[in-house]
Design a protein around this ligand. Structure first.
Ligand code: GAR
Length: 202
């Protein structure tokens, strides 16, 4: 049985592409059943079309509250009966009005180590911190999204990436994305093989 994935994106969708490729190559026992974007011009929507996957631009209406939008989004996503909802560059905070519908089933990718540089532009902020001598590494993490905390939650996988002498931001960014594409797929494969995520904290 292939797991059903709904992937939420806001931009380029290179991580969505990594998932689509892994599904097509049977490295991931899953199928992307829908891609949703809160941005009309997200290239991730094009990637979905090209892969023959349903793609939906899902904007917030004028005057709509965060909870009303999240409830509407949850209903839309639920209509695809997903086993997991993957936030692959989804740059909008989800409230409990969304998350309560998918307990332990929303997985986020973030280009930094746990607790470091939450929010937007994490790669650039880590690079700046390195240039100032404040850090010698950053990384990538994949985690569950239990609540409204920003890029925070039980860590499923993380990988450190050390800065290399004289590297440019573009070079560092490319290395981060390469790790993301691999780590996201590996982690999803592991979660699916385990039949889900068990909270072992007692
Ligand atoms: C990725 O680097 C992802 O980790 C990041 O957005 C980028 C999306 O790239 N997510 C966050 O910063 C979440 N706070 P993509 O659209 O090419 O997959």
């Amino acid at each position: 049985m292939l797991a059903r994935l709904v992937v939420l994106v806001s931009g380029n969708g290179s991580n969505l592409q990594a998932i689509l490729d892994a599904c097509a190559q049977k490295r991931l026992p899953a199928r992307v059943v829908a891609v949703v974007s809160n941005k009309a011009d997200a290239y991730g929507l094009v990637r979905a079309h090209l892969a023959g996957v349903e793609a939906m631009y899902f904007p917030k209406s004028d005057g709509e509250s965060r909870c009303d939008y999240d409830t509407r989004l949850a209903a839309y996503v639920s209509s695809y009966s997903p086993d997991y909802v993957i936030l692959a560059g989804w740059m909008r905070l989800l409230s409990s009005c969304f998350l309560s519908h998918f307990p332990n089933r929303v997985i986020n990718l973030h280009p930094a180590l746990p607790g470091a540089f939450p929010g937007t532009h994490a790669i650039e902020r880590a690079y700046t911190a390195w240039q100032r001598g404040e850090v010698d590494r950053s990384g990538v993490m994949v985690h569950l999204v239990p609540d409204e905390g920003v890029d925070n939650g039980p860590v499923l996988a993380c990988e450190e990436i050390f800065f290399q002498e004289d590297e440019t931001l573009a070079q560092f960014e490319a290395r981060v994305h390469a790790v993301e594409h691999r780590l996201l797929v590996e982690t999803l494969a592991r979660v699916l093989a385990a039949g889900g995520w068990e909270d072992e904290s007692g």
